[in-house]
Ligand binder design. Structure first.
Ligand code: F6P
Length: 529
C-alpha cells in the first residue's frame, strides 16, 4: 500500500512540476488529458516485449501495401488509453469530419483544406471540380504527347516549397524505369540551380512548367524570366508557346504571358505543401504517364478512407501522432529523424520537413491563445545506410533522445545482385534493434550503449505509385492529427512572411533602418549601404 501511495505521489509531483515548467516557459496550462499522460510511468523498451508479449498484435498495423510498426516505441496500453482520451478531449472525430466535409478548417485564412478532394475524397462539389481540372490536365498531356507543342525531350519545372518538393519526390522515386523525359526541378533563386538544370537541355525541345499557387513568389518568377531568356538566346521563336502554368491564380499567369489554353488551374483551397495531387503534379503525370499518376491518387485515396472511417484505436495516422506527441510534448524531444533505407525515397526527409514544420511549427492555438507545450519537433534525416556512417553515433550514444523512423521496401529498386537489398534491409532492422536493446559494458563506458531509444519502422511492399500515394497521404493525415491533438491550425504559414517582407523592402525602398549587422552585410556584399 505504501509503495502504491508513493508512486501516486511521485506521479502527481511529476505532473505538477511539468505543468509548472511549461507554464514558466510561456505556455498555457496543458490539457487535463495531456497532463494525465505525462503522469504515467515511462516504460523501458529493453524489456517491453517481456512485459507485454502481445505488443506486435497491438502496435503493428497494415494498410494496403504498407506495414507500420510502433512496437519499438514507448506506447503502452496505458499511454494508448491516455492518448485516446486526449483525441476525444480535442474533438478529433469532429475535426476530421470537418476536414473531409470541406469546412473552413484553416480558420485563420477562412478556408477549407481540400487536398483529399484531389484524390476523390471530400465534398462532392470539390471532388467534381478537381476531377474536371484533372481531365483538363490529362487533355493537355495527351496533346503534348501527340506533338502539339513540338518535340519535347526535357521538362523544366520551376517552383519552390510545396510547388517543387512533391513533384521532385515523386519523379525521383518513380522514374527509375521507362524514363520518358529528362525532368529538372528548379527551386532556388540561386542562378547556379537553374544554370545546372538547363546544362545539356536543348531549348528547342524543352517544356517549361511554372508552378506557383500564387504566381507571385519572387524566386519562381525570377527563375521563370531567366528560363524564357535562355530560350530566346537559344533561338526559340515563341518561348511563351512552350510554357505551362500550374497555379491557383490563372489570371496572374495570363497577365505574365501564358496562354489560357496552357494554364492548368487548381483550387485555392488546396494548400501549397499539400498540392502535389493537383496540377502541381504535372511533371510527374507527364513523365511517368497518366496511369501512374492516377494510381498515386488512388493510393492516397485509400489512406484517406482509412483515416476517415477507422476508429481512433486502429487509426494509423492518429496512432503515429500519439507517438509523436509523446516524444515531442511529454518527453521534450526536440527533433524527429527519418531515414529512408531506399534511394528511391531519398527526397522524403526534405519533403517531410516542409510538410511537418511548415504545418505545425506554431505557437498559438486555434483561438489564438498560446500553445500548452512544444509543437512540431525539427524533422531531419537522410538515407540509410549512408546515415549510419555519419549521424547514427549521436542517435546511439549521444545525450539527446531522438525518435527515429525507418522507411524501407521489401522489393528492391534495381536489378543488381539481391545481396545489395538484403544488406540494406538487414542494416535497417539492425539499427532499430540496437537503439532499443542497447548494450551494457561495465569495463568501458565509452563502449556502452544505453538502449531504450525509440524507433518506428514503415515497411512498404514496393515503391510503386500506389504505395507512394498512400505513404504521402499517411504523412499528411499524421500532420493533421498532430495539429488536432495540440489544438492548432496546420494549414497556415504566416511564419514565412516576415523575412519575405524585409527582403522585398530592401529591394524596393533600399536598406534603411536596419540594425548595424544587417546594414554592414548589405554594404559589404551588395555595395548599397
Ligand atoms: O514561403 C512559403 C510558401 O508559401 C509555401 O507554403 C509554398 O509551398 C511556397 O511558398 C510556394 O508558394 P507558391 O506556390 O505560391 O509559389
Amino acid at each position: 500500500m505504501q509503495l502504491v501511495e508513493t508512486l501516486a505521489k511521485e506521479a502527481k509531483n511529476r505532473q505538477v512540476q511539468r505543468r509548472f515548467r511549461l507554464h514558466r516557459r510561456g505556455y498555457s496550462m496543458p490539457s487535463p488529458a495531456l497532463a494525465a499522460i505525462a503522469a504515467l510511468p515511462q516504460a523501458d523498451l529493453k524489456s517491453i516485449f517481456n512485459t507485454d508479449p502481445d505488443r506486435l498484435s497491438k502496435l503493428v498495423l497494415t494498410q494496403g501495401p504498407i506495414r507500420f510498426d510502433w512496437s519499438k516505441t514507448h506506447l503502452t496500453d496505458n499511454l494508448m488509453a491516455g492518448f485516446l482520451a486526449l483525441a476525444e478531449e480535442q474533438g478529433f472525430a469532429a475535426r476530421r469530419d470537418a476536414l473531409f466535409a470541406g469546412e473552413a478548417v484553416n480558420n485563420t485564412e477562412g478556408r477549407a483544406a481540400e487536398h483529399p478532394a484531389e484524390r476523390g475524397e471530400g465534398h462532392p462539389d470539390s471532388v467534381a471540380h478537381a476531377k474536371m481540372l484533372h481531365a483538363r490536365m490529362r487533355g493537355l498531356i495527351d496533346a503534348i504527347e501527340a506533338g502539339a507543342l513540338g518535340e519535347i525531350r526535357h521538362i523544366l519545372h520551376i517552383g519552390i516549397g510545396g510547388s517543387a518538393l512533391g513533384p521532385d519526390l515523386i519523379v525521383d522515386a518513380l522514374d527509375g524505369d521507362g524514363v520518358r523525359y529528362d525532368v529538372a526541378i528548379v527551386s532556388n533563386v540561386d542562378g547556379t540551380a537553374l544554370e545546372r538544370a538547363i546544362e545539356g537541355f536543348d531549348p528547342h525541345a524543352t517544356l517549361i512548367a511554372i508552378a506557383s499557387k500564387t504566381f507571385t513568389t519572387s524566386e519562381t518568377m525570377l527563375n521563370a524570366a531567366s528560363a524564357i531568356n535562355w530560350m530566346v538566346e537559344g533561338g526559340v521563336d515563341d518561348p511563351y508557346g512552350r510554357v505551362i502554368a500550374l497555379t491557383a491564380a490563372p489570371d496572374r499567369a495570363m497577365e505574365w504571358g501564358v496562354d489560357e489554353t496552357r494554364i492548368l488551374p487548381f483550387a485555392e483551397s488546396v494548400g501549397g505543401r499539400y498540392s502535389l495531387w493537383s496540377s502541381i503534379g504535372f511533371p510527374a503525370a507527364l513523365a511517368l504517364g497518366w496511369d501512374a499518376f492516377e494510381s498515386l491518387l488512388e493510393g492516397a485515396a485509400e489512406m484517406d478512407r482509412h483515416f476517415r472511417l477507422t476508429d481512433p484505436a486502429q487509426n494509423i495516422p492518429l496512432i503515429a501522432a500519439f507517438a509523436d506527441q509523446y516524444y515531442a510534448r511529454v518527453l521534450g524531444c526536440q527533433t524527429r529523424a527519418v531515414f529512408a533505407y531506399d534511394e528511391r525515397l531519398a527526397l522524403l526527409p526534405s519533403y517531410l520537413q516542409q510538410l511537418e514544420m511548415e504545418s505545425n511549427g506554431k505557437a498559438v492555438k486555434l483561438d489564438g491563445s498560446p500553445v500548452d507545450g512544444p509543437t512540431a519537433p525539427i524533422t531531419w534525416g537522410g538515407v540509410g545506410t549512408d546515415a549510419q556512417h555519419a549521424v547514427f553515433q549521436l542517435l546511439h550514444q549521444g545525450t539527446i533522445i531522438t525518435p527515429v523512423e525507418f522507411i524501407a521496401a521489401i522489393e528492391p529498386g534495381h536489378t543488381l545482385d539481391p545481396a545489395h537489398h538484403r544488406a540494406l534491409l538487414v542494416n535497417c532492422f539492425a539499427q532499430g534493434a540496437a537503439l532499443m536493446r542497447g548494450k551494457a559494458n561495465v569495463d568501458d563506458p565509452a563502449r556502452a550503449y544505453p538502449g531504450n531509444r525509440p524507433s518506428t519502422t514503415i515497411l512498404m511492399d514496393d515503391v510503386t505509385p500506389h504505395a507512394l500515394g498512400a505513404l504521402i497521404a499517411f504523412y499528411e493525415h499524421r500532420t493533421f492529427a498532430n495539429a488536432v491533438l495540440m489544438g492548432i491550425n496546420p494549414f497556415d504559414q504566416f511564419g514565412v512572411e516576415l523575412g519575405k517582407e524585409i527582403a522585398k523592402s530592401i529591394e524596393t525602398d533600399g536598406p534603411t533602418g536596419f540594425d548595424p549587422s544587417t546594414m554592414a552585410l548589405i554594404e559589404i556584399a551588395l555595395g548599397d549601404g
